[in-house]
Design a protein around this ligand. Structure first.
Ligand code: F6R
Length: 610
């Protein structure tokens, strides 16, 4: 969702800011804008905005030739919430001395708007952001810190702001509450951004602006003030991937590149947590006690991360015999959850920014639960907010559709399951070592499935024409079916549903008619024959069946139109391979439909609103 970048320094700020906006495109947006400052005494602060893509903004800027090199600028990609997708509603918004960009939602903007109307002040846009600009301006008497501080006492909701005061364009101010914002200073100047991807061309070292603190950026340095106005020295974070990781690297789409990166991502995530062959989280400062003295585990997450949680539930319950519930984060909050100090709440998130998951973590903490985050983005809000964190090491995931972040989440859920079983004396060291080895070995099979791209692409010739597609599975395969259906919907725009295969006959089988594609996963021995019976049921109603099994299964060829065989493997690890299959099916279907695979309509990579 909304992307923010601010820069002040020796280089062309217009160029640095628009490059940053291009890098932030992956977050999802529908309009873009920039404010930049030059030494032009008659007109130092200029704003250009547009609906649509950042390239539209760049073309528009090309019509505004500047003889003077812009030395500072703030840029924004907007994902519309309050007010439609119009140029007027795009950021930056200006009022009086204040020009700002914003990620988040000002919840009390109506009340504030009414108050300003009573004073004869009216916004030109329909946005909550302009009301924030009006609020900061109303407190501004030449002291930027004081104006921002006072405004933050009045503004409810979430925000990351980047602000220029027109009478002091040699500085940029930034603050945040419940929305992400990082900052960095290097030889080129000072930066502030929604995430490191926007500025990775210039620096790998950054810091997270603490909540409600205010950063003052000049070309020479960044000063951070705490809520009492004292100077605060933030801790620097270093990213261990470089710019190449955030580029397509010869692949047609980021999603395809990220599918291919999965084996390495899983190894990078798992290997540092294996010591003497056993799962070990001590280098993450996650103590074994966290998994002891608990009588319940709640996994909370959204979308794909939640599907990783579903697989985690199977694994933890199977080996550690502790009841696990998987709660959609946006529901957990409002469900009066049964959580106490004997509950471990595991929050899973790629971005570490998802507002619903963050809110769930905060609630769990107030209820006394222990919290553990499984997060990909280092230093993200969910990681900071949780008692403990296990970082996945997928590197930057740019495509909106999550792929490698999902499989690394899975790999950690497996390790957590083995660890929990071990510390509760339900798994011997020998068994845990064997399981851990099989987990790392499963990467070889993943690679084999990644090489099945031609076969899987071929199958999508049929899928691309479908209006509805069903995914079936039982046990681990049901969780995989859920992820398969989500992935297909989000990038191919084909309606699809995932069903626990045995549940279909309780209603939904009425939708199965001639030629409806049904993708059935049958990789689990204990339910294999049951899933096959369910396949027979849909087949006899005319379904076009794609059946996925382990190698060695004797499949009656009249049962399906396509039979996909996984490499030889232990059934526990098939999700690492079936995940690749479902990703390819969605990917090739979307490509055949000529859709924007990496930036599907209406979707945002980081969902920072509730
Ligand atoms: C689907 C997808 C989303 C995310 C969800 C949670 O491909 O990417 O469903 O999984 O929005 O996002 P994170 O993991 O960042 O909390």
């Amino acid at each position: 969702m909304c992307g923010i970048i601010g820069y002040i320094g020796s280089d062309d700020a217009r160029k640095i800011v628009t490059d940053g906006l291009l890098a932030l495109e992956y977050r999802g947006y529908d309009s873009a804008g920039i404010t930049y400052c030059t030494n032009d005494p008659s007109h130092p602060v200029k704003t250009v905005k547009t609906t649509g893509k950042v390239m539209n903004l760049i073309e528009k800027l090309n019509d505004h030739h500047e003889d003077l090199v812009p030395f500072s600028g703030i840029g924004h990609t907007r994902w519309a919430t309050h007010g439609g997708v119009t140029e007027t509603n795009s950021h930056p918004h200006s009022f009086g001395n204040v020009t700002l960009i914003h990620n988040g939602i000002i919840e009390n903007y109506r009340e504030l708007s009414d108050k300003f109307a009573g004073e004869g002040k009216f916004p030109v846009s329909q946005t909550d952001t302009e009301i924030a600009a009006m609020t900061i301006d109303s407190f501004y008497n030449g002291d930027a810190y004081e104006a921002i501080q006072k405004a933050s006492e009045v503004l409810d909701g979430s925000y990351a702001f980047c602000i220029i005061f027109s009478d002091r364009p040699d500085k940029i101010y930034a603050t945040r509450k419940n929305s992400p914002l990082i900052a960095a200073h290097c030889s080129k100047g000072s930066f502030v951004a929604s995430d490191i991807v926007a500025i990775i061309d210039y620096t790998k070292d950054y810091f997270i602006l603490p909540e409600n603190y205010i950063a003052e950026l000049t070309a020479d340095n960044i000063t951070v003030y705490d809520t009492s106005g004292n100077i605060f020295n933030p801790k620097t974070i270093h990213v261990d991937w470089d710019i190449a990781a955030a580029k397509k690297g010869g692949y047609e789409h980021f999603m395809l590149k990220e599918i291919h990166e999965q084996p390495d991502a899983v190894i990078n995530t798992v290997s540092p947590r294996i010591v003497d062959g056993l799962p070990d989280f001590s280098s993450d400062n996650v103590p074994d006690e966290l998994f002891r003295d608990i009588n319940r585990i709640v996994i909370t997450a959204c979308g794909t991360a939640m599907h990783a949680g579903m697989l985690g539930k199977y694994m933890i319950e199977k080996y550690a015999r502790i009841p696990v519930s998987v709660d959609i984060a946006s529901e957990f909050r409002y469900s009066d959850p049964i959580v106490d100090k004997h509950t471990l709440v595991i929050a899973i998130s790629q971005s570490g920014e998802t507002a619903d998951t963050l809110a769930a973590v905060k609630l769990a903490k107030t209820l006394g639960a222990k919290t553990l985050a499984v997060v990909n983005v280092k230093g993200s809000i969910i990681a900071l907010e949780s008692d403990h964190v296990l970082y996945t090491h997928a590197g930057p995931e740019i495509s909106v559709a999550s792929t490698k972040a999902y499989t690394v989440q899975l790999s950690l859920m497996y390790l957590i399951a083995y660890k929990t079983a071990m510390v509760n004396n339900l798994m011997s060291d020998e068994e845990a070592a064997a399981k851990t080895k099989s987990l790392t070995d499963s990467v070889r099979n993943m690679k084999k499935v990644i090489d099945m791209d031609e076969e899987l692409s071929y199958i999508t010739q049929k899928l691309k024409k479908a209006d509805n597609i069903f995914y079936l599975g039982r046990g681990l395969d049901y969780a995989i079916a859920c992820e398969g259906s989500l992935k297909l919907k989000e990038i191919s725009y084909i309606h699809s549903e995932a069903y626990a295969a045995g549940e279909l006959k309780h209603g939904t089988i009425s939708l199965i008619t001639d030629n409806i594609p049904v993708i059935a996963f049958a990789t689990q021995d204990n339910v294999y024959s049951k899933v096959i019976s369910n396949v027979v049921e849909v087949r006899s109603r005319g379904a076009y069946v794609i059946l996925i099994t382990k190698s060695g299964e004797h499949v009656d060829t009249t049962l399906c139109d396509h039979h996909i065989t996984l490499p030889q493997m232990d059934e526990e690890f098939t999700p690492f391979c079936t995940a690749v299959i479902l990703q390819y099916l969605a990917y090739f279907t979307a490509v055949r439909r000529d859709l924007n695979v990496d930036q599907p309509r209406n979707l945002a990579k980081s969902v920072t609103v509730e």
